[in-house]
Each structure stands twice: as C-alpha cells, then as structure tokens.
Design a protein around this ligand. Structure first.
Ligand code: HEC
Ligand code: HEC
Ligand code: HEC
Ligand code: HEC
Length: 449
C-alpha cells in the first residue's frame, strides 16, 4: 500500500487522532487527581554533620539538609516532609551534647512528622521534651507525643502513624518494659481504617523487622516508611502499599511525587534520590546553631582535658609515642613520618576539629584509653596516627627487652586497618591494594625493622 494514497492517509489520520485522544484522556485523568510531594529521610543515627574524611562519604549533615529542604519548599510550597526517627545514638563522649543539638537543628528543618524510634530515648523523655519536634508514636500509651499526626496541605490530608517495635523495647535489668507501650495492633488498625474513611493518604513508619512478620496491619496503608539501610533503595510494592527504603545517616533523601485520586488513593508515583553533597554549601540560617554546637563541644573538651590532666601522673602510661621507637626502628619511622598518618591531627586542626572527641578517636593514639592522647598541651607525643595506633601500647615491648611481641599478626592486619578505614570514613579503602604495594602500614617494603 502506497503511503500517500488517500485511503492510507485517512487511516494514518484516524490513528493519529485516536492516539491523541487517548493521550489527552489519560492526561485529563491525572490532571484531575491531586499531586502531592513527599520528602523523606531515614535514621540519622547521630550524624549531625559529615566528617569530611573521604569524598565518597561526604554527604549529609543538618546544614546541607536545610539548604536542600529550603530549595525544595521554594519549588513546591505544599510539600510534606517526614522522617524516620532514630535521630540520636547513645554512647560516645559528646553524644549528649550532640543529641541536644541534633534536636535543635532538626527543629529548624520544620519536618511535618517524625517517627519516634527507641534510640531517640537514649537520654530519656526529658531531653526530647526540651525541643518541640513533631514526634509520633501510635502505640505509645500516654501523652508524651502524638499518636497520630494529621497533615493538611493544599486541600489534601495525610495521616502519619508510627509503630514502635515492642520486640526491641528498652527494658530494665529485671526485664520490665521501661516505657508504656501498646503491643497489640488493634488501635493502630482502627486509626488506619478511620483515616482511610476520611479520604486521607495513610503513611505508616515501622521497622523492616516488624513489617516482615506480617503482624502489622498494612491494609489501608498507602506508604510504609521503613528504617534506613546503608544505601537508599527505590520504593517497592507490598500488596497495595508502596514501601519506602530510606538511607542511613541523613546522607541522601527521597522525593516522592504522587498523583492521588479523590478517595485519597495513589494512582501514580515518581521517585528521586537527592544526595546531600558538598555542592549544597551552607545555610546561613543554620550558622548560629552550628557555631553554638562547636562552642559547646570545645567547652566540654576543655573541661574534660582539665580533669584528665589533673588525673595524669607523670609519663608512666602504656603509650610512648613514635619518637621512642625511632632509635631501634629507623626505617618504619622514616616511612611513617612522611605518611599521612603522621599528619592526622593537623588535618583535624585544619578543619577546626582538633578538640572533637568524635574525630580524635581515629586521628590520634589511644584517645579515650588510659594513658592515651588528651590534647596537644598534655600529650603532644601522641598526636596523629602513630606506630601504637596500629601496634598497640609499646611500653612493655621496650621495657621488657622486646620479649613482648607487638601485634598485628598478618591475619589481624586487615581488620586493624578497617577499624578506622571503615564504610563511613573511608568507603573506597581497598586493603588488597595496599597489600600488593607492600605498604600496609606506611613502612615501605615490609620485613626490615
Ligand atoms: C587509628 C586509625 C587508623 C588505623 C588503624 C589505620 N589508619 Fe590509615 N589513616 C587514618 C587516618 C585518620 C588517615 C588520614 C590522615 C590524614 O590525611 O590526616 C589515614 C590515611 C591513610 C592513608 C592515606 C590516604 C589514602 O587513602 O591514600 C593510607 C594509605 C592508609 N591510611 C592506610 C592504612 C592501612 C593500610 C592501615 C592498616 C595497616 C591503616 N591505614 C590503619 C587512620 C587509620
Ligand atoms: C573511624 C575513624 C575515623 C573517625 C572517627 C574520623 N576519621 Fe577522619 N579520617 C579517617 C580515615 C581512615 C581517613 C583517611 C580517608 C582516606 O583518605 O581514604 C580520614 C581522613 C580525614 C580527613 C582528610 C580528608 C582529605 O582527603 O584531606 C579529614 C579532613 C578528616 N578525616 C576529618 C575528620 C573529622 C572532622 C572527624 C570528626 C568529625 C573525623 N575525621 C573522624 C578516619 C576517621
Ligand atoms: C597504619 C598502621 C601502622 C602504623 C602507623 C605503623 N605500623 Fe608497623 N606495621 C604495621 C603492620 C600491619 C605490620 C605488619 C606487616 C605485615 O602485614 O606483615 C607492621 C610491621 C612492623 C614491624 C615489623 C617489621 C616490618 O617492617 O614488617 C615493625 C618493626 C614496625 N611495624 C614498627 C613500626 C613503627 C616503629 C612504627 C612507627 C614509627 C610503625 N610500625 C607504624 C602497621 C603499622
Ligand atoms: C630498644 C630497641 C627497641 C625499641 C625502642 C622498640 N623496639 Fe620494636 N623491636 C625491637 C627488636 C629488637 C625487635 C625484633 C624482635 C624480634 O625480631 O624478635 C622489635 C620488633 C618489633 C616489631 C615486630 C613484631 C615483634 O614484636 O617482633 C614491632 C611491630 C615493633 N617492634 C614495634 C615497636 C614500636 C611500635 C616501638 C615504639 C613504641 C618499638 N618497637 C620500640 C626493638 C625495639
């Protein structure tokens, strides 16, 4: 059939008209639906700011977080921002200060809802009570936080619910639950049903473990926000529910564009991952908050140093410093002196972190251990990553005529390196690479003292 015959022209015309009509029809259906943007992040786990140790992990921090959210809100004022909690962690020398500033910093981000997680209670309910944040815990008994959060935006309503896993609840040494929790899902199911009846979009935050047991009522849940995993995932489907897999440590965030019908059901979605990298720069509105944080850590460090200095008695600690190894091990010493390990404390000073316990632990010798680094005033000989960061304290080795063997053995070496060159601080670290080059410790070729 010739393409320019009148009959075929008519057929092509009709076909085109049909395609156009179908296109317009679907467009109209989608245009009829409401669009809704949801920005979400996962468990921060104490990552107030990125450490800057390696380009590959230089993401996140509440400062960049603010830049990103401000830009997104300027673009889409009706956007809703939700977070999986787990903002805090326990342990660590500065965790209490950091916790306080994470809460204060998060308050500046204006999230619409945050799912309470057990680590958020690391310092008790009192700490959370100081800073108003939109915490949500739907199976909590009591009025410490909202059980349900209703967010109305642009004529659309969203109900945010959150399930605290009773399985992992903190317990007293006697095994009793510390916090009042409803372990049954009856009222959660009722809240979901109620929200659906009102035509709301329903979001539930829960741990992956709780969701996978089949115990949670997911019927009627439009979005399920899970706990973060190391790398952020694309949304998946679980029956009718769209499951969100946020990433850890606030390095990346998700943006979900939804088309929602009149009954509040999701009819189409698009997802993107935003990386909170150095290109975002700083948010001027976070500057005071950050300066106050730095000042508090510095002040706490001063107090800590004063106490440790008073406790320290002479130079009898187990760590000696590299200088004491030089005479007998000139080659390792020379190689080490010119390695970056030797400069590790100056690196911290360059970025105004020479006092931060969070950083000193990997950038000095024996920090937070008896006889280890305190500060450059008290223990200048233990600055930077040195022989004893890898070989352990050397006093006995030197005093006891070297009878005291020094670790590591060949099979301990990789684990030793990875203690500091870990997934967060050196994601690109390749042990084999250093092994092949014969410089597992910056000594030039191994084998010669
Ligand atoms: C106590 C913590 C610690 C241990 C243990 C450690 N490193 Fe490092 N390493 C560092 C720090 C901190 C730096 C960054 C120093 C700087 O630039 O200020 C670094 C830097 C390096 C560098 C230079 C940067 C690069 O990626 O090229 C190499 C190579 C290296 N380490 C290899 C090793 C190897 C191999 C081991 C195990 C034998 C090891 N390190 C064990 C803390 C450690
Ligand atoms: C768990 C150990 C660890 C901790 C904790 C740690 N670092 Fe590091 N840091 C490293 C390692 C390992 C490297 C070398 C990374 C590489 O080059 O591959 C490094 C490198 C660096 C560098 C050099 C980056 C460059 O390429 O010039 C800076 C700056 C730095 N760290 C700052 C910090 C700050 C600030 C903190 C605290 C907030 C911190 N580090 C905490 C292990 C650590
Ligand atoms: C980053 C970790 C690291 C640092 C820093 C380091 N070493 Fe080592 N060193 C090692 C490892 C790992 C080995 C074992 C080599 C292997 O894998 O067989 C080793 C081996 C040695 C040996 C055995 C002989 C040899 O060369 O293989 C001596 C001696 C030694 N180191 C002394 C020192 C002294 C002295 C310093 C400081 C001036 C130092 N090391 C700094 C990790 C380190
Ligand atoms: C007075 C000399 C002397 C001093 C000081 C000394 N060493 Fe050694 N070290 C030796 C001798 C000798 C050996 C070899 C022992 C052997 O071959 O059996 C040795 C062996 C080592 C080894 C290889 C593993 C082992 O235990 O045999 C390491 C690692 C090591 N020394 C680290 C250090 C470090 C770190 C320091 C500083 C804190 C240090 N040494 C200070 C004399 C010294």
């Amino acid at each position: 059939m010739k393409i320019d015959s009148p009959r075929s022209r008519l057929a092509v015309g009709l076909l085109l008209a049909l395609v156009c009509a179908m296109f317009l029809f679907t467009r109209a259906a989608i245009a009829n639906a409401d669009s809704l943007t949801i920005a979400y992040t996962g468990n921060l786990e104490g990552h107030l700011e990125p450490c800057g140790c390696a380009a590959e992990s230089d993401f996140g921090g509440l400062d960049r977080h603010a830049v990103w959210l401000d830009r997104l809100r300027a673009e889409r004022p009706e956007m809703i921002a939700i977070a999986q909690g787990g903002l805090l962690t326990g342990g660590g020398v500065t965790e209490r200060i950091k916790a306080e500033f994470i809460l204060r910093g998060f308050a500046l981000l204006n999230y619409d809802a945050i799912a309470l997680r057990w680590p958020d209670l690391a310092f008790g309910r009192e700490l959370l009570a100081h800073t108003p944040l939109p915490w949500t815990a739907s199976n909590w008994r009591g009025n410490d936080w909202a059980l349900t959060r209703e967010i109305a935006r642009g004529g659309r309503k969203v109900t945010f619910l959150s399930w605290l896993d009773p399985e992992t609840a903190p317990k007293t040494t006697g095994g009793a639950a510390i916090y009042p929790l409803d372990a049954t899902t009856i009222s959660l199911a009722e809240r979901i049903a109620q929200a659906r009846k009102e035509g709301n979009l329903v979001i539930l935050a829960a741990t992956g473990d709780a969701a996978s047991t089949g115990h949670l009522p997911l019927t009627g849940v439009d979005l399920l926000l899970l706990d973060a995993t190391e790398t952020m995932g694309e949304p998946t489907r679980l029956g009718e529910t769209l499951v969100l897999h946020p990433g850890k440590w606030g390095m990346h965030a998700g943006i979900l564009d939804l088309q929602v019908d009149a009954q509040g059901r999701v009819i189409a979605w698009q997802h993107r991952v935003a990386s909170l990298g150095a290109d975002l720069g700083h948010a001027p509105r976070m500057a005071d908050w950050h300066a106050a944080y730095t000042e508090r850590v510095r002040a706490a460090s001063r107090e800590r140093v004063a106490v440790l200095r008073a406790q320290r008695q002479g130079e009898t600690g187990p760590f000696l410093g590299a200088q004491k190894c030089q005479a007998c091990h000139p080659r390792p010493f020379a190689a080490w002196s010119s390695s970056r390990h030797a400069q590790a404390l100056s690196t911290l000073e360059r970025v105004n972190k020479g006092f931060d316990p969070d950083c000193l632990v990997c950038h000095t010798v024996g920090f937070n251990r008896p006889g280890g680094f305190i500060d450059t005033g008290v223990t200048p000989q233990l600055a930077g990553v040195q022989c004893e960061s890898c070989h352990g304290p050397g006093r006995e080795h030197v005093q006891e005529g070297h009878d005291k063997k020094m670790p590591p053995t060949a099979d301990q070496t990789e684990a030793l390196c990875r203690g500091c060159h870990n997934a967060l601080h050196a994601p690109a670290f390749e042990f084999k690479h250093f092994r092949r080059r014969g410089i597992p410790c910056g000594h030039g070729d191994a084998g010669t003292p």
